[in-house]
Design a protein around this ligand. Structure first.
Ligand code: MRU
Length: 352
């Protein structure tokens, strides 16, 4: 049981550097990369060395620490101005997950109260470590809240990777599945391979198999037939950005799953920390959706699987309307049948 609760932590700060587990080469290689400059951290987020909304938020917080170090060395008492360009580059590294700008804004607010005559690095490191620890704590709380919604011996499906690798540790959707397994609520997990980047087959399958949680990998297109067979109880996924009415952006394909789930009477649970909620937007149409390079679709491991120069569309996320979601699970509480009104109750809970 203890082993189940000690999951991999993909982000480490050690020897004054940021260390990231390179998620591009998992599950075949466990390779850690070291970072000591903020632009390299922005590039690591863009190229998916680290991915998953909470994980990129925590990574960006450490990126701000490195940017502060650089600004102090290059500009001394003018570090508060010098830090802005690298922070803009960090914020622009991926557009959809709001955790990224949330973490940078929180670090910027913290930096505004620091003296211009002293290195900001030690204080900002403490703030980044707080963000890091809060994420693990939130995941464990959500894990229990979500598991409590499941009946015993549930059969569930998850999409993408919302596991320990996508967070500071333990995971959101996989946090619920982990806790649910411990509590006897999970009989079996179906894992969508998650085309095109294969977060399901490369990362989620790896995490679940390490812990002996019974699972089956299938192609994304198999989900409908599974639901039609009547076996599935829940679809459990993470989120990249949740609008104030509960509309949810998550990995491309989540919307299709939610529509299928509605038709087949399967319930849908979104699990995300409150740092994923963007209270400034009214609905999902305002969420920026990242378009990634076409080669992620037209090639596998650098080998072409489509005609040369084929035109490709590769949106990385889609938006699931709140009405297709049964519950949004956060560390501040569970919103059932999310809507503008029901989300407001969560906001007041959060502000207490
Ligand atoms: O493109 P990715 O791999 O960063 O997309 C990740 C997802 O869509 C996850 O489901 C989401 O970030 C939640 S992770 C806890």
């Amino acid at each position: 049981m203890t082993k189940l609760l000690q999951t991999i932590e993909p982000i480490l700060w050690r020897d004054e550097r940021l260390h990231l587990l390179d998620q591009r080469v998992l599950p075949h290689k466990e390779n850690w990369l070291e970072f000591h400059d903020s632009d390299a951290v922005a590039e690591a987020i863009k190229t998916m060395v680290v991915r998953g909304a909470p994980a990129i938020g925590v990574t960006a917080a450490y990126g701000v620490v490195l940017a502060a170090r650089e600004a102090w060395f290059s500009a001394g008492e003018n570090w508060q101005e010098a830090i802005n360009p690298p922070l803009k580059r960090l914020a622009a590294s991926r557009p959809t997950a709001v955790n990224l700008s949330w973490a940078i804004d929180r670090m910027k607010t913290a930096s505004a109260s620091l003296s211009k005559y002293e290195s900001p690095e030690p204080a900002l490191l403490t703030f980044a470590q707080q963000i890091h620890q809060e994420d693990v704590k939130a995941n464990r709380t959500m894990g229990q809240y979500g598991a409590d919604l499941l009946d015993n011996d549930s059969i569930v499906l998850t999409h993408c990777n919302a596991g320990a690798l996508a967070t500071a540790g333990f995971g959101t959707a996989l946090g619920v599945i982990r806790q649910g397994f411990i509590d006897g609520k999970i009989e079996h997990v179906y894992v969508d391979e998650t085309r095109p980047w294969l977060q399901g087959s490369r990362l989620t399958a790896w995490e679940l198999m390490q812990e002996g949680i019974p699972m089956t990998l299938h192609a994304d297109v198999a989900a409908g037939a599974l639901m039609a067979s009547g076996q599935l109880d829940w679809v459990i996924v993470g989120a990249d950005r949740i609008a104030s009415n509960g509309d949810t952006a998550n990995k491309i394909g989540t919307y299709s799953l939610a529509v299928l789930a509605k038709y087949h009477g399967v319930k849908v649970m979104v699990v995300a920390p409150t740092t994923t909620i963007d209270w400034s937007i009214d609905n999902g149409s305002q969420i920026p959706i990242e378009q990634r390079t076409g080669s992620e679709v037209s090639e596998i491991d650098g080998r072409a699987i489509a005609p040369a120069e084929v035109h490709v569309s590769n949106p990385a996320f889609d938006v699931t309307p709140a009405e297709l979601i049964d519950a949004i699970v956060t560390e501040s509480g569970v919103v059932r049948s999310p809507s503008k009104e029901n989300m407001k109750q969560l906001k007041s809970e959060e502000e207490k």
